[in-house]
Design a protein around this ligand. Sequence first.
Ligand code: HEC
Ligand code: HEC
Length: 221
Amino acid sequence: MQLKTFAVSALAAAIMVGCASQQPAEPTKAKAKAAAPVAAKKAPPKVISGASGAMLASTCEGCHGTDGISDGPATPSIAGMSEDYLVEVMEEFRDGDTKSTVMGRVAKGYTEEEIVAMSAYYANIEYRGASQSADATKLAKGEQLHNKYCEKCHHEAGGDATDDSGILAGQWTPYLHYTMEDFINGDRDISRKMKKKLDQLLADEGHAGLDAVISYYGSQK
Ligand code: HEC
Ligand code: HEC
């Protein structure tokens, strides 16, 4: 149904463009660039169906919370992460490269353009961490282990929004535990370098070490 509607509106749009400009249906990139008015740059990304990122994102709110700030505990907050990261993760869910409970099915319902539009929308909303409390000794240990094994890529206690590795600071700890299990079990792709550091952490400190790091992330704002 959805696909058909999309195909029909895509066709209609193509016909309209064709009629209005009397140009071949596929102008070269250079021509398209030259023809685009400067003001169009500032407009929010549009998709061919006409839905904006904000409109599309309204279907995510039931699970990911208003403005992508989740009420937890197994559904992550998604606001403020880099657009590149969000697009990549959605594509991995869609293509079945990353195991998921629901996101594989959700992501399959969107075109590439819609995924980009939603990602841009969420990337522009400010992130707010959940600031979950934990024992002070455990947090100190977690901070030390984070600095040793993880900080190289997850800057600012995992809270650097410009990282292309997601935001870990203030993320829900049950979600972080699930996703770390996915990495460890090979259900989610991991870079060779992160795998090496994670293996080192587990070899040196065991699961208690990983638990401390996760609690440290969860305690951030
Ligand atoms: C039915 C609940 C539900 C809906 C609806 C939903 N999500 Fe999710 N989302 C989840 C859960 C649960 C996870 C964790 C992965 C999994 O198990 O599916 C997740 C994970 C994610 C992640 C990964 C975050 C990270 O840090 O790696 C992104 C990105 C995401 N969702 C985006 C979206 C977008 C965009 C929409 C709307 C089109 C959406 N989700 C709709 C439940 C949902
Ligand atoms: C060499 C760089 C690197 C190092 C070191 C690294 N990571 Fe990562 N991490 C990444 C990248 C890149 C991603 C995004 C993976 C993807 O796109 O699916 C990621 C993703 C994650 C995620 C998933 C975030 C989410 O919201 O889904 C968690 C959790 C995580 N890392 C924890 C850790 C921990 C704990 C350590 C230290 C033991 C660590 N990482 C070390 C690069 C790194």
